[in-house]
Design a protein. Structure first.
Length: 513
């Protein structure tokens, strides 16, 4: 599989400059300017990519809002993809919140105002009988990863309608940034089945199908038409489901997970990263997961999936299924202090919107009964009720193993899924593969090397970490008979070679091949 496609020979002049995949802007060499009829279209000085990155970074003026910076970066992506990803790679810690959570939600809410240039596909219910034709309109023939949303349950917004396309765009940016999937081999899609958001329906600028949401059997028939078209047009492509309503998400995943390489990041990605963080934390505490008592605060499907993953991992460590179930408690937010007294958990995990229950008395009660209390909270920084990590450390008298917000994000998992599938050609995504990634993630915990290190790796190290996780998933796929057998060294080499880096290709040489 080519990591970087060969530039089409018909791309010349303004057509080349207007192609974000191939555009180099002022970095086109003199030879390329001559060969591709670019002389006169560009200023004479030839800049390096490093000079362009410095200039682009300078355009992120500190006085502008995060939303304005988000729009600036998306505009850069639509102009020059290599520069966009190199800028993000060089400043990933600082810029990640601008292209992903939390700013992505604000951009999604302003989708109709900031939409400038087509990116991805709109698969609308009124065109349900033409879905294969719509897929053939994709900008690039070869696709490794599709992220699709119907926009019904967008994080922080709820029903966003077709504005939900912002989420697949954002997710796929991270597949490329950290997973190294070539940007031309990603495809964001929104299934436009209408919206029940009356504000959007009343908005004259709303660009989607102005109709209440299709539901019931009609909805699932439409999803089935879409999946069948993907299987026919893009066989073997990884299909990730994103921000579907809870009941629909579970039904869809169960329906298709044995037919194609597909997964739901909100469910499986979240569960895998929590499992990885807990495995690391128990290791740091000198313990193992099967000995733990774990309280999960929440009642959503991501909480249920996490409980299932933890049970599976405890069984792998030797516990019987019934005994493993007894070590995992799913509770709501009511009277959590009483739960701490009766259960005496070694680990406490709070899902979104459960942070208000993490009071000082609750945390201190937990810390009174365990030497190294483990606390994970999933809400993002800035959430009104999110407990301050420093307060959690103080309430646990400095003994706590704490991770919160973006530190417990599926961003560690889903780029590895795409990379692992692209390199190994695995036919499915299984829970066993996701748990293999969780174990590999735990092994990369900085806290294992230094007592004050974070439970999960730093963002700046994520591209290297993703290789380890992708290799673990690919090996498990081979063990389950879902991928061609390769020696481990060859498999890892294939993964490393598949991981694209944002560097300008020599276009003159590429065309001459």
């Amino acid at each position: 599989m080519p990591n970087s496609p060969v530039a089409p020979e018909n791309l010349r002049g303004m057509n080349l400059v207007n192609s974000p995949i191939w555009n180099k802007g002022t970095a086109f060499t003199p030879e390329e300017r001559d060969a591709f009829a670019l002389e006169g279209l560009l200023p004479p000085y030839v800049e390096t990519l490093e000079e362009q990155v410095a200039k682009a970074y300078g355009g992120l003026r500190p006085e502008t809002s995060d939303l304005d910076k988000h729009i600036y970066l998306r505009s850069l992506q639509d102009t020059n993809e290599v520069l966009f990803y190199r800028l993000l790679l060089d400043h990933s810690d600082e810029l990640l919140p601008l292209i992903y959570r939390p700013t992505m939600a604000e951009g999604c809410g302003r989708f109709s105002d900031i939409y400038r240039r087509p990116r991805g596909l709109f698969v609308s219910y009124p065109l349900r009988d033409r879905i294969p034709e719509l897929l053939r309109s994709r900008p690039y023939a070869e696709v490794d990863v599709i992220v699709v949303s119907d926009g019904e349950q967008v994080f922080g917004l709820g029903d966003a309608g077709v504005a939900g396309l912002s989420v697949p765009i954002g997710k796929l940016s991270l597949y490329t940034l950290f997973g190294g999937i070539h940007p031309s081999r990603t495809l964001p899609i929104v299934l436009d089945v209408g919206t029940n958001n009356q504000q959007l329906l009343n908005d004259p600028a709303y660009p989607g199908w102005r109709h209440e949401r299709v539901t019931g059997q009609d909805y699932f028939d439409f999803v089935d038409q879409f999946v069948e078209a993907v299987k026919e047009e893009l066989p073997g492509t990884c299909l990730q489901w994103e921000d579907f309503a809870a009941g629909n998400a579970q039904t869809i995943l169960k329906r298709y997970q044995n037919e194609m390489p597909t997964f739901n990041d909100n469910l499986q990605g979240t569960a895998a990263v929590i499992a990885g963080a807990l495995l690391a934390a128990f290791n740091v505490a000198g313990n193992v997961l099967r000995n733990g008592r774990i309280v999960l605060v929440g009642a959503g499907p991501e909480c249920l999936t996490t409980a299932d993953y933890l049970r599976r991992e405890m069984e792998k460590e030797g516990l019987a299924s019934a005994e493993a179930r007894k070590r995992i408690w799913l509770v709501d937010e009511r009277d959590l202090s009483a739960v701490m007294k009766s259960v005496r958990p070694s680990a406490l995990v709070g899902f979104s919107n459960s942070d208000a229950a993490f009071t000082e008395s609750t945390v201190r009660e937990m810390a009174a009964h365990t030497k190294r209390p483990i606390i994970l909270t999933l809400s993002l920084s800035g959430h009104a009720d999110q407990p301050d990590p420093q307060e959690l450390i103080r309430w646990t008298e400095g003994r706590g193993l704490i991770a919160s917000g973006s530190q417990v994000s599926s961003i560690y998992i889903f780029p590895a899924v795409g990379l692992g599938l692209a390199a190994s050609r695995a036919a499915r995504v299984t829970d066993g593969m996701m748990l293999a990634a969780a174990r590999a993630l735990a092994e990369r915990s900085p806290a294992l090397q230094t007592p004050l290190g974070p439970l999960l790796p730093e963002i700046r190290d994520l591209r290297e970490v993703v290789i380890d996780l992708a290799a673990a998933m690919a090996c498990e796929a081979q063990n389950e008979g879902l991928a061609p057998r390769l020696p481990e060294e060859e498999l890892r080499q294939e993964i490393e070679e598949t991981q694209w880096r944002p560097e300008y290709p020599a276009l003159v040489h590429a065309v001459a091949v």
